[in-house]
Design a protein around this ligand. Structure first.
Ligand code: BT5
Length: 244
């Protein structure tokens, strides 16, 4: 049993976004490890203004408040920690261990299974994780069909959303307390060692992803041989999720 992760759990039938709720709660003093779980999100959020499709009752829509004792530059590692924790939590409750694509997409059979959104709220952070569990192909809106997948589509066996939530809390706590997961993350991340296309605010470039540094940035060798540090940006991996 974990010590602090899930010390308080706010379970809601519906909310705009569990991340927003956790941020409001953080501002009111929610403790380290407090969790918000909703059955439905009316305005589930992705990164950079994108949305997250949260089929009611069909997934784990989860946010945890973190008040970690880490230096500010280490906050960028939190999405990576979330990816490892979510991948292992899926493997605890189902036969699926999703692959990790830098920084925080979890994919299986080339489709997106999990989305992660970590946001700062004052000195704290909110770690938002969405895991598709029960959806069938037709439950996803048209643009996501063929691109999104759920645990039960992969296994054809029932998966307990509650057991998944508890596995996730344990996995987050274990890694937060040690905070030395870079080597493990690098070994398990399919982006490292792959040809990638990086889309940044200033434009796009292609190269080979060589490593991840201590701040969680992706180091990409471009066509001119220059090693470029990618902190934020959308990275496509050749051969995965539509990038030929
Ligand atoms: C993410 O953004 O993947 C972060 C999603 C985080 C969702 C969780 S749910 C609990 C917590 N509360 C929130 O409000 N958010 C967090 P990004 O990398 O920007 O990807 C967003 C894109 O993923 C969308 O533009 C769609 O293309 C795709 N997408 C949306 N919903 C999806 C789903 N259910 N399954 C797979 N892909 C989806």
């Amino acid at each position: 049993m974990q010590q602090w992760a899930g010390c308080l759990i706010r379970r809601l039938p519906t909310v705009d976004s569990t991340n927003r709720e956790a941020r409001r709660w953080t501002a009111e003093g929610a403790p380290h490890g407090a969790v918000v779980i909703a059955e439905d999100q009316t305005d589930g959020r992705g990164r950079r203004g994108r949305g997250w499709e949260s089929t009611p009752g069909a997934g784990l829509w989860f946010s945890m408040v973190l008040r970690p004792d880490i230096p500010p530059e280490s906050y960028a590692m939190l999405p990576l920690l979330a990816a490892l924790a979510a991948s292992d939590a899926c493997a605890e409750v189902s036969p699926v261990r999703p692959a990790i694509k830098w920084p925080n997409d979890l994919i299986a059979t080339g489709r997106k299974l999990v989305g992660i959104l970590v946001e700062r709220e004052g000195d704290a952070a909110v770690m938002g994780i969405g895991i598709n569990v029960r959806q069938r192909e037709m439950d996803f809106p048209e643009p996501l069909r063929g691109k999104a997948i759920s645990l039960e589509m992969l296994t054809d066996a029932p998966v307990s959303i509650d057991a998944l939530a508890h596995a996730l809390m344990r996995q987050i706590e274990r890694r937060m307390d040690r905070f030395d997961f870079l080597a493990e993350y690098s070994a398990r991340c399919i982006t490292v060692g792959s040809d990638v296309r990086v889309l940044e605010a200033g434009g796009a470039f292609c190269g080979r992803a060589e490593a991840i540094d201590a701040q969680g940035a992706l180091l990409v060798r471009d066509a001119e041989g220059t090693l470029r540090r990618v902190l934020a940006g959308d990275v496509s991996v050749r051969g995965v999720m539509g990038y030929a």
